[in-house]
Design a protein around this ligand. Sequence first.
Ligand code: GRF
Length: 203
Amino acid sequence: MIKIGVLGSGTGSNFAAIAEAINSKEIIGAEIAIVISDVKNAKILDRAAALGIPNKYIPADDFKTKLDGKQEQDYIDALQKANVDYIILAGFMRMIKGGILNAFPLKIINIHPALLPAFPGLHSWKQALDYGAKYAGCTVHFVDAGMDSGPIIAQSAVEVKDDDTAETLHARIQVQEHIIFPKVIQLIADGKIKIEGRKVKIG
Ligand code: GRF
């Protein structure tokens, strides 16, 4: 049984998809040990509470866009106390840096709403739309010290329609996120993921 810690800043729809997949036994061999948010009243915390999953607000406000210093250590302490094997970033809006990466080497996984390496950073679905890309999508990847740059585990493509708005495109991408993220969790629980340099081999 692997124990997962989830970090999120927002609505937590990806967290909910994973939690529901665990509850319905679509995912076997994984449990969510704790949900932590850097946003006090984030919906992800309410969702965790409603599902009876331990959840915690840990402020990280010394820096705007990253997790660092004493507050990074607070996160590491809470995650280690909960005995987590893996950390899932589900809409966590801060860059993950050295301390937490060293504490959980190759154990931190993010979902990004674009087909990486295209459109890293913020509002990626809008970047794809504004650029005129014909396909957008989502990527589940290991987190390294760069911005959305770690080894890719899974991707799903979504066709961009002529009449798409940022909202309609993001909504279709999220449908795919809720499919591929739980699948990746199952692969991890089954020990089926091997990292060879930049490449992730499955099976
Ligand atoms: C998702 O679009 C994810 O790709 C990005 O942040 C968003 C989080 O959404 N990293 P939610 O909080 O899981 O609903």
